[in-house]
Design a protein around this ligand. Structure first.
Ligand code: GTP
Ligand code: MG
Length: 465
């Protein structure tokens, strides 16, 4: 049945009520694989009818999909997800990956499918599901906990993090700078700008591949999106309280005011405008990269992901939820780039992330959200292979490393089943390399090769058809 005679927003509302529209949000920290995941997902679905690459996505494998089409997106104020650019790059010769993305974007697909339910079938044998996919930086979820913290409590948390290496050394220039002025003195814009620039620089250094830290707040400082250069990002935490009485125009008072404005105008705005409207959520994490960097990077990523997952419980039972509601009822946590490990290591990788997030997942389940963990590769860039080492047959992977032209066979290291102790995290234990995308061809209609993307789709969307 066409609803084109309805005014636009009414049609949207009706689609949602009739369960014909679903908002699938895709997030993860920088470089976790969001763009590649969405590109592969859209590509797989556009392959549509009887796509042999999606055996575990039941609506497709049972032959019920009649067709899939890209549509113009419903939210005109959100930038478009550039599927066209990303897929062209993957099909190029040589194929390349997409550029990093900086903020939120959206894409809409219409999926026409045969209805299975015998009762509904009588009303309408064929239905259309509008799937809106939203890509947004996971860093923004690190901001939601700020809503429950005042400036002093947040500053204390940051101070505690900076007690330990590598933050202790990296934060030195910023800490030395803020120690040079008295917080009870009248504020000066130039000094405030310098202080926040040094703090932001400290966050970027923590994030650099050398240190690979993830728990970086405020999240918009390293992922500003459209707020790049805006004065609302010009503040930083403090280490000591002012020595004398606090005047309204003092450094201390201004920093506190800006922190509160950030919470109100940036964090809450994201919650109300976007987060509260999502139906389903997938959180992606490049766990293997943190293995390479060492224990500090791994532990920091785990803490950051714990905090990210808390956003969903916090949303469900917190004050904002009472005011604005939080719809997410299914949450999938996925370790990406599973083609970086040998196929026999996949179960280990899945057990590892399951354990790593057990506590956080439990809390989310408690709030009535269905959760699952999975290891996947949106685009499989390696092949399983074997090599001989000292007379023994060893399982390895074969692919073209990002910095090279020639394929190599590599044993990347065993994924531990249990989380290793800090002292077991010896240097050189893991060699998880980045790979070039595989050469693809339009001509033979082969979809992008992947690992377990269909299982992710089944968990996230299977019940909507
Ligand atoms: N081998 C392999 N590499 C992948 C896969 N997905 C992503 N990558 C690699 O990870 C990089 C980052 O992927 P993106 O999808 O751009 O990550 P993102 O989360 O969108 O990154 P930002 O936009 O910078 O936040 C890519 O350039 C690839 O090198 C995958 O499925 N397999
Ligand atoms: Mg991206």
């Amino acid at each position: 049945m066409s609803l084109s005679w309805l005014p636009h927003n009414l049609e949207e509302r009706l689609n949602r009520t009739l369960d014909r529209q679903v908002k699938l949000a895709v997030t993860g920290l920088s470089r976790s694989g969001k763009t590649v995941f969405i590109t592969s997902l859209v590509h797989q679905l556009l392959q549509g009818i009887e796509n042999p690459h999606l055996p575990y996505f039941s609506v497709v494998s049972s032959g019920r999909v009649q067709g899939v089409k890209l549509m113009s997106q419903p939210d005109l104020h959100i930038p478009a997800f550039r599927y066209d650019v990303a897929i062209e790059k993957l099909y190029d010769n040589p194929p390349t990956w997409s550029e990093p993305t900086k903020g939120i974007s959206e894409i809409r697909l219409a999926i026409r499918y045969k209805v299975e339910n015998s009762l509904l079938k009588r009303i309408s044998p064929v239905n259309t599901l509008f799937l809106d996919i939203i890509d947004y930086p996971g860093e923004w979820l690190l901001d939601l906990p700020l809503l429950e913290l005042n400036f002093e409590a947040w500053s204390q948390q940051i101070a505690k993090l900076c007690d330990k290496e590598p933050r202790l050394t990296l934060s030195q220039p910023w800490r030395e700078f803020i120690a040079t002025f008295d917080l009870s003195e009248p504020a000066n814009d130039t000094i405030l700008r310098q202080a926040s620039a040094l703090y932001t620089e400290f966050l970027y250094q923590c994030k650099s591949p050398q240190y690979g830290l993830s728990l970086l707040q405020p999240g918009h400082f390293t992922m500003p999106g459209e707020l790049k250069g805006a004065p609302i990002l010009e503040f930083c935490p403090i280490f000591t309280l002012p020595s004398s009485e606090i005047k309204e125009n003092s450094f201390y008072a201004v920093l506190k005011k800006r922190y509160e404005a950030y919470k109100e105008q940036v964090v809450k705005k994201f919650y109300v405008e976007h987060f509260s409207s999502f139906d389903r959520q997938i959180v992606l994490a490049d766990v293997l990269r943190s293995f390479n960097t060492g224990y500090a990077s791994f532990a920091d990523m785990r803490d950051a992901l714990d905090l990210v997952l808390k956003s969903f419980t916090y949303g469900k039972s917190g004050l904002l939820n009472k005011l604005f509601g939080l719809k997410i009822d299914k949450l999938l946590f996925a370790a990406t780039k599973a083609d970086h490990v040998t196929p026999n290591q996949l179960p280990n990788l899945e057990r590892f992330i399951e354990q790593m997030l057990a506590q956080a997942q439990n809390n989310v389940k408690f709030e009535g959200v269905k959760t699952a963990t999975l290891a996947l590769a949106s685009v499989k860039c390696t092949q399983a292979a074997y090599t001989n080492f000292q007379g023994q047959k060893i399982s390895c992977i074969k692919g073209v490393p990002l910095e090279s032209e020639q394929p190599i066979a590599l044993f990347p290291g065993e994924v531990p089943v249990d989380i290793p102790l800090p002292e077991e995290w010896v240097e050189g234990r893991f060699h998880f390399l980045e790979f070039k995308p595989p050469r693809l061809s339009h001509a033979n209609g082969r979809g992008l090769p992947h690992i377990r993307l269909d299982r992710a789709l089944e968990f996230l969307l299977g019940d909507k058809f």
